[in-house]
Design a protein around this ligand. Structure first.
Ligand SMILES: [Fe+2]
Ligand SMILES: [Fe+2]
Length: 454
């Protein structure tokens, strides 16, 4: 009989290799899961203050992948040990000392070198080493999860290497790289199993780390100080053509980078939640970054210099991060998402509008945006409303109140000389015709939440 044996997993000889025992596997997975928790933290702390748009995009994805990778590791540990070891505390002080040192990174290049030049390549190498050494039959479950993580971690490290090169290269911050490498070595490497030399340079932290959630944009966004954003109103304005409304919708999508900024702070300040909270909330964070990317892809595809022509201001994240508690910010987000469900004004309306404009790319983007939004309403109910301890009416009321109250605070950030209605000129340039929404006064913020609950 030549039917492959052992379910095709490996040969009899391979299955007879000793590999790694349960104790060591648990110890390794606990460390990997904790490292992924800290990778999530870095993303949450850095999405706001890091100005480069592309870094925000990647941090959004990688923050989500970190929570997704930790989840099956935590589950696998609990399959092998009952009761499982604690997963919500650092497994090793020296590992934690290294992971904390990363937070002393100051520039974007230093942040990227710390995570993508030192930590992640070491983590990827350890996953691969573990995968190669584990017995393919007896520890099939661990190898299976490592295999999918290696694929995604490999892509992540590749993005990081290219980004580091684009910012001038690792050699620019060689002292920082070797500083962190010394801390990693002193932790016994990723696995903790390498012989330890406790020879580390003095910590670079001059004071305890405090996260900065002030949202920043890089210098390419020349209109970031202009808070006038007519697309909010135009997208739902009577008498405006479907073509112009669709252009407005795509501008609105692009502006959505402010939602990952808002969510990063909300999640970072929500301590000690079940791990599913972090998985769901970072999934939504990544979805919102993708919505911004959908908009930018659309505009780029039409040859529009969107970073220059559209005021992609951080007004929403300024209002929510700097002027509300995390719970109040969640109430605002929940209220907005609830308001997007009615078919005649919400996400279905946006999809229908793009279809009526005869624009297949915008229609596709709105189609997935709508699907994501249904998921977000569910996430908002489970992790916003439920955790608030409020009734739905109270939570929506708080969201509406805080959203309206905070509209005024933007005045403190706005340079009056920079506030102007760019929409008519933009429409003329892109569509080759005059806007049908002329002569209107525009709000600076999306008033969609005012309809919520009604
Ligand atoms: Fe969105
Ligand atoms: Fe959403």
């Amino acid at each position: 009989m030549n039917i492959p044996s052992l379910a095709g997993v490996c040969s009899y000889d391979q299955a007879a290799q000793i590999g790694i025992d349960v104790d060591e596997t648990v110890q390794r997975l606990v460390r990997y899961a904790w490292i992924n928790k800290r990778l999530m933290d870095y993303g949450l702390y850095w999405i706001n203050p890091t100005p480069e748009w592309e870094v925000k995009e990647a941090l959004s994805l990688h923050t989500y992948l970190a929570t997704e990778h930790a989840a099956p590791m935590r589950k696998r540990v609990s399959e092998m040990r009952n009761p499982p070891p604690r997963m919500d505390v650092p497994p090793d002080d020296r590992l934690e000392r290294f992971l904390n040192e990363i937070l002393a990174a100051e520039t974007t290049l230093e942040k990227l070198v710390a995570v993508y030049g030192v930590l992640r390549p070491a983590l990827l190498a350890e996953y691969q080493k573990h995968y190669d050494a584990a017995n393919p039959l007896v520890d099939y479950p661990t190898r299976r999860l490592l295999r999918s993580m290696i694929v995604e971690e490999d892509e992540t490290v590749a993005w990081g290497a290219a980004a580091i090169d684009a910012l001038g290269g690792m050699s620019q911050v060689e002292a920082w790289r070797s500083h962190l490498q010394a801390y990693l070595d002193a932790a016994g490497g990723i696995s903790g199993l390498v012989a330890v030399s406790d020879d580390v340079p003095p910590s670079r932290h001059v004071q305890p780390f405090t996260p900065d959630f002030y949202p920043r944009r890089d210098a390419r966004f020349v209109q970031q100080g202009n808070f006038v954003f007519p697309p909010h109103a135009v997208a739902r304005m009577e008498g405006v053509s479907d073509e112009e409304k669709t252009l407005a919708l795509m501008c609105k999508r692009t502006l959505e980078m402010d939602v990952p900024e808002v969510m990063a702070r909300m999640i970072a300040e929500s301590e000690k939640q079940p791990w599913e909270y972090y998985v769901d909330m970072t999934r939504q964070l990544w979805d919102e970054a993708r919505h911004a990317m959908m908009g930018s892809v659309y505009l780029q595809h039409r040859g529009i210099d969107w970073k220059r022509e559209i005021p992609l201001h951080p007004g929403f994240s300024l209002r929510l991060n700097q002027h509300m508690s995390a719970l109040e910010a969640h109430a605002v987000l929940y209220t907005i998402e609830q308001s997007l469900m009615p078919a005649d004004t919400g996400k279905k309306y946006e999809w229908v509008t793009a279809g009526a404009a005869g624009d297949p790319l915008a229609k596709l983007f709105q189609d997935y945006d709508w699907a994501d939004e249904v998921l977000h309403v569910h996430i908002g109910r489970e992790w916003g409303l439920a955790l608030s301890g409020m009734s739905r009416a109270e939570f929506v009321d708080m969201g509406q109140r805080k959203a309206s109250e905070s509209e005024g605070v933007l005045e403190a950030y706005a340079d009056p000389a920079k506030q102007f209605n760019w929409w008519p000129g933009f429409v003329q340039h892109v569509l080759g015709k005059a806007t049908t929404a002329q002569d209107r006064e525009f709000d600076t913020s999306d008033p969609v939440y005012r309809k919520a609950g009604s």
